[in-house]
Write a protein that binds this ligand. Structure first.
Ligand code: ZN
Length: 210
């Protein structure tokens, strides 16, 4: 996930772990277990990430249980988080401060990411990245593509598939993986106040996972 920061405003694809994101520069330069941060002042951030993972497991099932959590330095400093190879990477630079919440609130104001409601930046970014995992596993289990998941949701709303992202956020328009990830963060942070498109997508994700 990217921020509309001073640098480029571009987002992050779902590839991490040294892979180059197709549409972005989400290359992980270095990373280590996020739990290492607990004794070094990053405890509340790490707790928020883990609680979000646990809450999403309650809602969507066990596909996020064994997620590997890493604190990472990205080549592109505007990258907030990434997902790839069953690993969730969170930008290390935000772990010991509250900046990420401010960044996400500003991004929501700009329409680039959904509102984070009463949640923190760590929680919203975690929900987004785990949304990548959910979309990936849901598509695999149902033998369909992530686009198909968005399409199924679109048909329940009478919205064109290609317009679904635009009903969620600017970044959700990037590709169908990002559409699902943004829908996941939107529904997690805003519940019944999330965009109709987000709620419909996460209903389809749930169905495909079951
Ligand atoms: Zn993403």
């Amino acid at each position: 996930m990217g921020s509309r920061g001073s640098s480029s405003g571009r987002g992050v694809g779902k590839h991490g772990a040294g892979m180059e994101g197709k549409e972005t520069g989400a290359t992980v330069k270095s990373s280590h277990y996020m739990t290492d941060e607990i004794g070094e002042g990053g405890g509340s951030f790490v707790n928020e990430v883990m609680t979000t993972r646990d809450n999403l497991e309650q809602i969507y099932g066990d596909s996020v249980r064994d997620l590997n959590l890493q604190a990472a330095t990205f080549s592109d400093g505007s990258v907030l988080g990434a997902y790839g190879g069953n690993t969730l990477f969170m930008a290390e630079r935000y772990i010991k401060n509250t900046e990420l919440t401010n960044v996400m609130k500003q991004a929501a104001k700009d329409g680039y990411h959904p509102s984070i409601g009463n949640f923190s930046g760590a929680e919203a970014v975690t929900a987004h990245e785990i949304g990548h995992r959910l979309g990936e596993v849901a598509a695999q289990r149902a033998g369909i593509s992530e686009k198909d998941i968005v399409s199924r949701a679109a048909s329940t709303l009478g919205i064109k598939t290609e317009n679904m992202g635009g009903h969620i956020s600017g970044y959700a328009r990037t590709n169908y993986g990002e559409t699902i990830a943004e829908a996941c963060a939107d529904v997690y942070c805003n519940g019944s106040g999330a965009a109709r498109a987000s709620r419909a997508i996460m209903n389809e994700v749930k169905k495909a996972l079951s």
